[in-house]
Every structure is written in C-alpha cells, then in structure tokens.
Design a protein around this ligand. Structure first.
Ligand SMILES: N[C@@H](CCC(=O)N[C@@H](CS)C(=O)NCC(=O)O)C(=O)O
Length: 242
C-alpha cells in the first residue's frame, strides 16, 4: 500500500495538530475504516471545520445533510476517486463505492448478511436531523447505521467539551456550534462531568476516544462487559491514517 500512488483523496475534518492523532469525527472514521479495510491507497486532505461548505461547494458536491430548518448542512467525509472519476460525499456511500469498485480488494465483503437488529427508541432532538436514505441498497446496514448514529448523537454533548479543536480556530468553531444550537455560548452547550457492522460503531468509538479524558475512555472501554474496548481494539488494524 505504501508504494502505490493514491487513487483516492480522502477529505477529513482537521482538528488540532497532529491531525493524524486528533482526528475523531465519527462519519469520517467510518469511511477511513472502509478505505483501509478495502486496502485502497488514499491520501488525506485535512479540511478546517469552517471551510467544509466552501470545499464541497467548490467541487460541486451536494450537501449530504440538512439542518433542522431545511438548509444545507455541508459535512465530511468526502472522497475523490480518480480511477472511477467520481466524487462521493457521504460515509455510507463511500463504503458502498469501495465495495462496488474494489470488490476483490482487502476485506471481501463490507456488507455481509448478518443480524443487525439494534433499535434506538428515543426521540432525538439535535440541531440537524440525521441523514435519511433509501433502504434499497444494504437496507439492514442503513437501518443499523441510522440507529447507531441516533444512540451516539443523543449523547454527543456529554463528550463535545473535549473536542480537540485547533487553538487558533477553536473559538470560532465553538461559536458556530453554539449558534446552530441557539444558545449564547459553547459553555451553555457542552455538558461536563456527571452531567463489519462494527465500523459503524467504530467511528463513534474514535469520537469517544478523541474527546474523553484517558480515564473516562478507559472506563467506557469496560461498559457492557468490555464490548466497546474489544471492538475498538479489533478495528485498530484498519485505523491507519494515510
Ligand atoms: N450522512 C453524512 C453525515 C456526515 C456528518 O454529519 N459529518 C460531520 C462529522 S461526523 C460533519 O462533517 N460535521 C461538520 C460540522 O458540523 O460543521 C455521512 O455519513 O457522511
């Protein structure tokens, strides 16, 4: 993999340096796991959070998500793939793209048939609804991904205070999140202290590891008889940042 010319450019969110260590946005991580599992050479382009709209719009990529008011919410991940001359701007679509165009490479099947019946049954009140998508392709995985996103998104503010923002732009990003949530400041938003199917969960575990203190993360690894810790460790072989 090291000697190949990257066919794919992978756009991920830049947190503070060193980016390869602080990267923790869950949806980009899902896509990175898919790229690495498929052993497809790629190179990361780090995009500052407040530049995502500009970058996507310049490349003519429609928003993959909407804000609650219906306006476009420009997000990452996104890839360009020169071997197929395509741009793909959603983590689930990236996994499908990898499976479709690199079927015989790396892990053979990113979507093996299996029981995926986890359901998150609570209402989710967040500033931007989760992306809806057609369940026609890989429907079990679409539903599973949606329910996993809902469960973790419901608790995101318990971890957001630890987001490893860049020291220069961090305050602007925090202000933007407060604006979206309709609260005066970031401190009103972030809650501190008390207050194969697996890659869809793994993206969120990277977010937890990137945002929680090391003591909190070590504790989270033990939850549910240590299933999060075991799953995270099993995915480390696909966690290289190129
Ligand atoms: N449905 C999209 C959702 C992507 C998404 O929500 N990305 C978040 C990071 S996990 C983002 O780009 N946030 C940028 C922002 O909030 O400004 C996907 O799966 O790719």
């Amino acid at each position: 993999m090291e000697d190949s010319t990257p066919l794919v450019t992978f756009y991920d969110i830049a947190f503070g340096p060193p980016m390869a260590e602080t990267t923790c946005a869950p949806n980009p991580w899902k896509a990175r796991y898919a790229l690495n599992a498929k052993a497809v050479p790629y190179k990361t382009t780090w995009v500052p959070m407040l530049d995502i709209s500009k970058v996507r719009l310049a490349m003519g990529v429609p928003a993959a998500r909407k804000f609650a008011d219906g306006s476009d919410y420009h997000t990452l991940p996104m890839i360009t793939d020169s071997s197929t001359d395509s741009i793909v701007g959603d983590s689930f679509d990236i996994a499908i793209h990898m499976q479709t165009h690199y079927a015989d490479s790396g892990v053979k099947d990113l979507f093996p048939p299996q029981k995926l019946d986890y359901v998150f049954e609570h209402d989710l009140a967040i500033f931007a609804p989760l992306s809806g998508r057609d369940e026609g392709v890989c429907g079990d995985y679409v539903r599973f991904n949606h329910n996993v996103d809902a469960a973790f998104s419901a608790h995101v503010m318990l971890m957001a205070h630890g987001l490893p923002f860049d020291s220069v732009s961090g305050d602007d990003v925090r202000a933007e999140f407060a604006r979206r949530a309709g609260v005066p400041t970031w401190d009103d938003l972030a809650v501190r202290g008390e207050k194969r199917g697996v890659l869809w969960v793994g993206g969120w575990l990277k977010f937890m590891k990137g945002t929680l203190t090391s003591d909190e993360w070590e504790e989270a690894r033990t939850w549910h008889d240590g299933v999060f810790g075991r799953l995270f460790d099993a995915l480390e072989k696909y966690a290289e940042v190129h």
